[in-house]
Design a protein around this ligand. Structure first.
Ligand code: TXA
Ligand code: MG
Length: 319
């Protein structure tokens, strides 16, 4: 069993970085969700990370970087609009898909010619990446720290519950508190003339257009595989239904102004869209913990982050 570490001193982060460098797996917090990290240049470590997740080995994984210096190592032919996005929204909840250099191997890109890069906005994650860089590490490959198809973890306890049976004793789970955003990063394809969003997140289409001054296009290239874009994903064990008609003994997630039907179990009552995003995955987990068979979710209205929340709810609900 791995170690769950709650007080992350710089010494511990240094040790975690060394652990990554020698092939260990380190789960760490980011502002979106927790990731399960492996050295992006270590084939064996990444294979083991896939096994821990039970994820198909040909799926691409996001490379997390400490600073902008690492971009040219992994990516080339970077369009100006991608540079604008990096300047405006990194560190932050945004992953850019860029043409890969030969440093980004097939085992990171899922045999594709694009690499996914992200600089997370979480002090602990950034310090870990910085310590990793000091000892020669160039990127940490990290998918969300859940078993394949399951709900992404937003706390260290949730990572522990998902993965403890599969991690080895040398692996570590760093506790940095609850993730502030709560849904995964926006994935933006930057290999075309215009950006397009492959997975909505906290960096919205409006924000991309404001930063780049160009229009966001609809994704037309089905050749790029994004596993979170499979219809059934982000799903709890309970059956997820859209709406608020929860019967007695069934779960309900909805904005605070929606009333809880008598006997239904209220799993979250967020007062804002931001709070909704932060609470959603924890509420789904709580429903499973309570052994609920059915969870009703009333999706939030509106644009911005609400688009990402509706996307995840629809996937969780698709049978
Ligand atoms: O917020 C996030 O993005 C979190 C935190 C840990 O950074 N990570 C995350 O990773 O959600 P994951 O693997 O659960 O979802 C990333 C998605 C996957 O669906 C993957 O297929 C896609 O990004 N992706 C990563 N690299 C890619 C690439 N080179 N080409 C196409 N899709 C890629
Ligand atoms: Mg995931």
């Amino acid at each position: 069993m791995s170690t769950l570490i709650s007080q992350c001193s710089l010494d511990l982060l240094r040790q975690a970085a060394e652990n990554l460098k020698s092939g260990g797996l380190v789960a760490f917090p980011t502002e979106t969700v927790y990731g399960i990290g492996a050295d992006a240049e270590n084939y064996e470590a990444i294979q083991r990370m896939y096994a821990v997740k039970n994820r198909p080995a040909d799926h691409p994984v996001i490379v997390h970087i400490a600073d902008l210096d690492a971009v040219d190592y992994w990516a080339k032919e970077i369009p100006d609009y991608a540079i604008a996005l990096m300047r405006d929204y990194w560190p932050g909840p945004m992953t850019l898909l860029l043409h890969r250099t030969d440093k980004a191997k097939d085992f990171v890109t899922g045999n594709q010619e694009v690499v996914g890069l992200r600089m997370p906005a979480h002090t602990l994650a950034l310090n870990l990446l910085a310590e990793f860089k000091k000892i020669g590490g160039l990127g940490v490959a990290a998918p969300s720290a859940n078993r394949y198809g399951a709900v992404s973890p937003t706390t260290a306890e949730a990572v522990n519950a998902e993965l403890k049976d599969y991690l080895e004793s040398r692996d570590q789970i760093l506790d940095g508190g609850a993730s502030l955003v709560g849904v995964e990063s926006t994935i933006i394809d930057c290999t075309k003339e215009n950006p397009s969003i492959l997975r909505p997140g906290a960096v919205t289409a409006e924000m991309i257009e404001e930063s780049t001054g160009i229009v966001v296009m609809d994704p037309d290239d089905v050749k790029i595989r994004v596993s979170g874009s499979h219809k059934k994903h982000y799903a709890p064990n309970a059956k997820v239904l859209i709406g608020s008609a929860a019967q007695s003994g069934e779960g309900l997630i909805a904005m605070s102004d929606t009333e809880t039907p008598s006997g239904a179990i209220r799993l979250a009552a967020p007062k804002s869209i931001e709070e909704y995003a932060r609470a959603l995955y924890g509420a789904l987990r709580e429903g499973d913990k309570q052994g609920l068979k059915t969870i009703y979710i009333e999706p939030p209205h509106g644009t911005g982050l609400a688009v990402a929340i509706r996307d995840r709810i629809n996937r969780a609900a698709s049978a």
